[in-house]
Design a protein around this ligand. Structure first.
Ligand SMILES: [Zn+2]
Length: 65
């Protein structure tokens, strides 16, 4: 299991989906309900959802210290 660095939840890597991009209407192309992930600084980081990912992206250093 991976750990969400923002809220501390345990994330199942197999359920998490990479955000690929967004549709023309701004919707995510993948369903992030089971978690999501980003590739950051050489490693995959997992989040329980888009809210935590958004917080992380706003200030990565805060959550990686
Ligand atoms: Zn979270």
């Amino acid at each position: 299991m991976a750990k969400d660095p923002v809220c501390g939840n345990e994330i199942d890597e197999e359920q998490a989906r990479a955000q690929t991009s967004q549709t023309a209407h701004g919707a995510s192309e993948v369903d992030p309900a089971q978690g999501t992930r980003i590739f950051h600084d050489g490693q995959w980081i997992y989040f329980c959802g888009l809210d935590c990912r958004t917080k992380f992206l706003a200030s990565p250093a805060t959550y990686l210290s």
